[in-house]
Design a protein around this ligand. Structure first.
Ligand SMILES: CCCCCCCC/C=C\C/C=C/C(=O)SCCNC(=O)CCNC(=O)[C@H](O)C(C)(C)COP(=O)(O)OP(=O)(O)OC[C@H]1O[C@@H](n2cnc3c(N)ncnc32)[C@H](O)[C@@H]1OP(=O)(O)O
Length: 734
């Protein structure tokens, strides 16, 4: 049974029951249809309320079934629109009682109802586009009729979710309640029994259109192309809304169906939808973490964190303080230096003021006193009150060890000690404490209060409770925590290494930064390698290369300019740094910027001349490189490193890597993530290309194909979901 009926006087209450989120499977939809028909013919029923079991209206169509639907998926949307249309045509008022979520097909169902009553905390959105499809059960035709063209265009093309108070302002719902939503909806229903319904049927409503509609549609398509880098579903949304404006309702519904069907007829659109749906489930999969020692999410219980401390109020520390406070956790923010403390306090206050404003705009009544309280202090002893400490000072092993030594004696014996590092050895840091089992790495991404990713780096001694506590904390902070192993640069940055080197080698061989960036940005990456390096700052890598003796004063005399320890090395970024070109922060890097700190990257003739002279000085012949060659040359070594990471048990599955790339490195979701992309390109193709690259460039070791990649190809390239079973520990120790 996926829908049931009870009556409250003259009001029938239909409850959708499909745990955990009342997804609309074919069975659920058929069941709602059946009960809805029954109540239509029941003379005792004068009004109908539709709600969802367990405080959730519905999370929309059942995404799990999409894989098997394929070409026939049209039938699910068809069915769903049948229910919506039956509700709409009903001669008895139908009221949606929305608690929790009304997303995708769930909201489309609510749009078929005559009225919508929602709980104040309910979230509503037509999120289909984020799964590579679009609202195919009347949503593109009904929403613009209800809330107007422009707000509907925004919600449908971006998948934006709004909270009930904003939905009320938009006219998306009719009433908001802070009490029991079902009771409020029944009460609402009793009041509208017998009232005329014609004006409540969205199918009959005209759309109010501004005169410059065509410009609006065209501009929207251009904007979406930039924002979502060539994802097809966003463009189709605009077409469906155009149909809503230009055609009568019934014809618009047919057009919506035709456009939905076009997704299944286009290989590219289908692949993009598959990639996005894979990315959705991958994010749920990574919460079910495992470690090589056999610990896993089921075997450990997280500890709640009431008080957290942050050490260091630089850019990262400030962002971390903000996300803890936003999660209503009490924060102790510690600095060594009074001036830094004051600057940190001001910066945090400013960000929180902005956040308060955004929350108010999003209809969240949260004011600044709803944030966790923050104590700014120079007193290290105040750390004794923290359940968990996050050290966020700059990347220096000696300094971090010094701090952890102090933490070990100051903090409560059961307090968790986290280090925010993008690549330092967690075990070395843990070794100076008397509690290595409570020490763990938390690699936040900048800006820490915005970026969703958190790499949770388990040390050799990190206990399952420690891992579980930090993963749980990441959820509380609204982030996606991915458990990774301890190795230099962990997962994301480690895979970036070969990619960035390959991009720089392209400059030696004849390309220009803007050419390489263009190819990777057209592929869908948020930023090409050179724009990204300019943003991060070229000096970051330069300092670390100097530290490890690859350049600068520690470089051994007699080293060849373009080689280190027999491997190909490019001194190009070092030379740029020596010339003070650190990127955006100095106004010059691989590009030039209008000002110091400027964002607008403009190709720099200086760089072009410099590269020209460099090639001449080293007698390098400029090789023509096609767009496809640039793509393969940069991405395949990144993917290869991903296979190495899996083989070494640093990431526990391909989904973990893909979640890291989608949420921390600007990988386009409609390409699923690098490992998903490799599976779509075909592992044999990736392997063959790497073999050729390596044969021609034996001095670039990262081109050597990974053992796991070779093994998978030998096994006939099994689908990605089977790769985990090929990794040593996954099955053996659980
Ligand atoms: C090749 C393409 C074929 C396409 C076929 C087209 C048919 C078109 C028909 C009609 C148009 C309508 C389409 C849609 O409705 S698409 C679905 C739109 N809905 C969403 O985008 C919502 C997705 N869900 C979420 O955002 C969240 O899950 C949440 C906010 C509802 C709840 O979040 P949270 O409390 O954090 O819990 P989890 O995310 O962990 O979810 C719990 C559990 O539930 C599973 N789940 C969630 N949503 C769905 C769903 N729509 N279908 C199936 N399963 C869902 C989720 O996977 C978790 O499961 P677990 O990992 O096993 O625990």
């Amino acid at each position: 049974m996926s829908a049931s009926k009870e009556t409250e006087g003259a009001v029938a209450v239909i409850t959708i029951r499909n745990p955990p989120v009342n997804a609309l499977s074919q069975q659920a939809v058929e069941s709602i249809l059946k009960v809805l028909k029954e109540v239509q013919f029941d003379p005792a029923v004068k009004a109908i309320v539709i709600c969802g079991e367990n405080g959730k209206f519905s999370a929309g169509a059942d995404i799990r079934t999409f894989e098997n639907i394929g070409q026939k998926s049209d039938s699910l949307s068809h069915f769903l629109e049948d229910v919506n249309s039956m509700a709409e045509k009903s001669e008895k008022p139908v009221i949606a009682a929305i608690e929790g979520v009304a997303l995708g097909g769930g909201l489309e169902l609510a749009l078929g109802c005559h009225y919508r009553v929602a709980h104040v905390k309910a979230r509503l959105g037509l999120t289909e586009v984020l799964l590579g499809i679009f609202p195919g059960a009347g949503g593109t035709q009904r929403l613009p009729r209800l809330i107007g063209l422009l707000p509907a265009l925004e919600m449908i093309t971006t998948g934006k979710i709004v909270f009930a108070p904003v939905a009320l302002k938009l006219g998306l719902i009719d009433s908001v309640t802070e009490d029991n939503t079902i009771k409020a909806a029944i009460h609402f229903a009793q009041n509208v029994i017998g009232k005329p319904l014609e004006s409540r049927r969205l199918c009959t409503k005209p759309i109010q259109c501004p005169p410059n509609m065509e410009t609006i549609f065209n501009d929207s398509k251009i904007k979406l192309k930039k924002l979502f880098h060539g994802a097809i579903s966003h463009q189709l949304c605009v077409e469906a809304i155009r149909a809503a404006v230009q055609l009568p309702f019934a014809e618009g519904i047919l057009k919506e169906r035709e456009l939905l069907f076009s997704i299944f007829n286009s290989e590219q659109a289908r692949d993009q939808a598959k990639a996005r749906q894979y990315a959705f489930f991958a994010e749920r999969r990574v919460t079910k973490w495992t470690t090589p020692s056999g610990a896993n999410w089921k075997s450990a219980s997280p500890h709640p964190i009431g008080v957290a401390a942050v050490i260091g109020l630089g850019t990262m520390g400030r962002g971390i303080v903000v996300c803890l406070a936003k999660a209503q956790i009490q924060v102790i923010a510690v600095e060594q230096d009074g001036k830094q403390l004051e600057m940190g306090r001001k910066a945090v206050t400013k960000i929180l003021e902005r956040e308060t404003l955004t929350m108010q705009q999003r209809g969240l009544a949260l004011m600044s006193d709803s944030f966790g309280s923050i104590t700014f202090t120079l007193d290290f002893n105040s750390l004794k009150n923290a359940d968990l400490v996050i050290e966020a000072v700059y990347e220096n092993m000696a300094l971090k060890k010094e701090i952890f030594k102090q933490l070990s004696s100051i903090c409560m014996p059961e307090a968790f000690l986290c280090t925010n590092t993008s690549g330092l050895n967690i075990d070395e840091i843990a070794s100076v404490t008397g509690r290595p089992h409570l020490v763990i790495g938390t690699h936040f991404f900048s800006p820490a209060h915005i970026m969703k990713l958190l790499e949770v780096v388990r040390g050799y001694h990190s206990s399952p409770t420690t891992i579980s506590t930090v993963i749980n904390l990441s959820k509380v902070l609204g982030k996606i925590g991915v458990v990774v192993g301890n190795c230099p640069s962990f997962v994301g940055n480690r895979m970036m290494g070969p990619y960035l080197h390959q991009a720089i080698f392209l400059l030696e061989d004849g390309c220009y930064p803007e050419e390489v960036d263009k190819v990777l940005e057209e592929f869908g990456l948020a930023m090409g390698p050179f724009r990204m390096s300019d943003l991060v700052g070229l000096d970051v890598g330069w300092r670390s290369r100097m530290e490890s003796g690859l350049t600068g004063p520690k470089l051994l005399p007699g080293a060849l300019v373009r080689q280190r320890e027999g491997k190909r090395y490019s001194p190009l970024p070092d030379i740029l740094c020596e010339k003070g070109r650190f990127g955006q922060k100095t106004g010059r890097g691989w590009y030039q910027y209008e000002t110091v700190g400027g964002r607008n990257a403009v190709p720099d003739p200086w760089v072009q001349n410099f590269l020209h002279d460099y090639r001449k000085a080293h007698t390098i012949k400029q090789k023509p490189t096609s767009q496809n060659e640039i793509l393969e040359w940069c991405l395949y070594p990144l993917i290869n490193e991903g296979f190495n990471v899996l083989e070494e048990e640093i990431a526990s599955g391909p989904e973990d890597i893909d979640v890291i790339y989608n949420n921390g490195y600007g990988w386009p979701r409609h390409m699923g993530g690098p490992m998903f992309y490799a599976s779509m390109v075909g592992l044999p193709k990736v392997l063959t290309k790497l073999e050729v690259f390596y044969e021609n460039n034996p001095d670039i070791p990262s081109l050597k194909p990974s053992g796991l990649l070779k093994k998978l190809v030998k096994q006939g390239s099994p689908p990605l979901k089977e790769w985990r079973s090929q990794l040593g520990y996954q099955n053996s120790k659980l």
